[in-house]
Design a protein around this ligand. Sequence first.
Ligand code: SME
Length: 146
Amino acid sequence: MNKEDKYKKLAAQVAAVVAGETDEIANMANVAAVLHEAFGFWWTGFYRVIGQELVLGPFQGPLACTRIPYGKGVCGTAWAKSETVIVGNVHEFAGHIACSDASNSEIVVPMFKNGDVFAVLDIDSKEFNTFDEIDKIYLEEIVKTL
Ligand code: SME
């Protein structure tokens, strides 16, 4: 199955899983699990906006940094810009926060509530250039259901 078809299937699965559950953290936990399992990413998880920081939320994968300031790293940049950030080689991204040496590329998708970013979805890959417009389109769609 190609990536797009995989995402289409997942989007339907996620919609079914989150339907009827109003607890945001429970839903984030299941979405992280579903994405991580389906694609075999290195790290898949959420950071929630709490004050001027992003605080680690539900995730799958190895231990991660717990707090990221506004505007810092790929996650803080996606929050500050209010847009998805795709990094093909994290070692070339100024200010990248290396939670794990094994990560080589990354996508961070901001999530909005009443126009404000309330969380970000962060996915790390061990390969370079893993993420593209297809990931952006479908991940943005998937997080809208949360
Ligand atoms: N690399 C991220 C930090 C979070 S970890 O990858 C899980 C960043 O630069 O914001």
